[in-house]
Design a protein around this ligand. Structure first.
Ligand code: C5P
Length: 399
């Protein structure tokens, strides 16, 4: 799939640099050529010898290298590739590119290149969450930089949270998506998926049975057509697809904030089963039986409607797609929902128990749009996802 493609791989200074050695092997295995660039800090974690031995090419390290300049100037070096990949992308490299600094070979190449850039951030969770990094990230995304990861999990520094570099397989999938000539190449699509969890107290929550299967299949299908996908997921029971930017949330309020932070997007597909209500009188401590036999009274507050909010947003995606799970009068209810929420399409389905759709692998949907209601035959959720992704690509091409 990557035969004939050249990747300029910038390896920054982080413990995740060892994963970049695996990435080089995967890239070579997929038929790509790799031009490696190692920053000074990167060379503290992996050796130039390992990098060049795996890449089968010279590793570039210094901005003022007479031999390099005689053979191929750094400006030219920045343009030989089909894609520039920064892995690990440290907070420092992100800050340099966001603010246009060019003080070493890596930052100069990033500023001089006219080739798309894909970053795989890796840093301590606090560094990732710091407002400065998030500001830089927003600027980089607005400049068209693509992102893979970071993942959430145990970190080398002993802390837990977002900041782990995406796994080499996921970076490879993102590289393939970035280089694919699919109809969604260069488009950013936002997908919400999974249930939300609404806490009752620190140990209990209210949830629903959404598995996240349909949303995950849609994100993968959009990725396969070349889209850059931001996947905002509640606690789903199926794992997120590789090669998309995953933002994990728990509550509806967190999902709304994550969705707003991910805009602008060309299209949004809101497949999440968002809880309509949250507990207004959440316990700060675990609620206890008091021996009186009286059950606690939960009070509820209405959650924000994410689909309706995005449909009205100043940065509204050109195409907003909502879902409607109904148990009767599917077309009538979904048509009314489309008008009420202000979205462009509603993908409606009948989830009454006898259909076996909820939690099953098949789906039978009706697509409601300006043009009316179009029934699709019953098919696998993956097929529904592929068909929907193609329709989204068509709609974006025609608008
Ligand atoms: O109102 P209802 O839940 O039936 O609408 C379903 C659609 O609205 C889905 O696309 C779902 O993702 C979205 N939704 C939302 N925020 C809510 C409730 C639903 O985005 N609070």
């Amino acid at each position: 799939m990557l035969a004939g493609k050249r990747i300029l791989l910038v390896i920054g200074g982080g413990i995740a640099a060892y994963k970049s050695l695996l990435l080089i092997r995967l890239l070579k295995g997929a038929g790509a050529a790799v031009t490696p660039v190692l920053t000074r800090a990167g060379a503290e974690f992996v050796t130039p010898l390992s990098v060049s031995a795996l890449a089968g090419e010279k590793v570039h390290q210094a901005l003022f290298d007479l031999t390099d300049e005689a053979e191929m100037g750094h400006i030219q070096l920045s343009r030989v590739a089909d894609l520039v990949v920064v892995a690990p992308a440290t907070a420092d490299l992100m800050a340099k590119l966001a603010t246009g600094r060019a003080e070493d070979l890596a930052s100069t190449l990033l500023l001089a290149t006219d080739t798309p850039v894909l970053m795989a951030p890796a840093m301590n969770v606090r560094m990732w969450q710091h407002p400065a990094t998030q500001r830089n990230l927003a600027m980089l995304l607005a400049d068209g930089v693509r992102l893979v990861g970071p993942d959430q999990g145990e970190m080398a520094c002993g802390e837990f949270g977002p900041g782990r570099m995406a796994e080499p397989e996921a970076i490879l999938a993102a590289i393939e998506a970035a280089l694919s000539d699919g109809p969604l190449k260069g488009r950013h699509v936002l997908v919400t998926s999974g249930p939300t969890h609404e806490p009752i107290d620190p140990v209990r929550y209210i949830a629903n049975r959404s598995s996240g299967a349909q949303g995950t299949a849609i994100a993968a299908a959009l990725r396969d057509l070349g889209a850059e996908v931001t996947f905002v997921s509640g606690p789903a029971s199926v794992p997120p697809p590789a090669g998309v930017r995953v933002v994990r949330v728990e509550t509806a309020q967190q999902m709304l904030a994550a969705v707003q932070a991910a805009l602008p997007a060309d299209a949004a597909v809101m497949a999440a089963a968002v809880a309509d209500w949250r507990v207004a009188n959440q316990g700060a401590q675990k609620m206890k039986k008091d021996g009186s036999g009286r059950a606690p009274a939960l009070e509820f507050a209405e959650n924000p409607d994410i689909l309706a909010t995005v449909s009205k947003a100043a940065a509204r995606p050109r195409l907003v797609v909502g879902f409607a799970a109904e148990t009767e009068h599917v077309v009538d209810h979904a048509t009314a929902k489309r008008a009420r929420k202000g979205c462009d399409w509603i993908v409606a389905n009948d989830v009454s128990p006898q259909t076996g759709i909820m939690g099953g692998s098949e789906n039978a949907v009706v697509l409601i749009s300006d043009a009316g209601a179009e029934s699709w035959p019953r098919m696998g959720k993956d097929q529904v996802a592929k068909k929907l992704a193609l329709r989204i690509a068509e709609a974006l091409q025609n608008s």
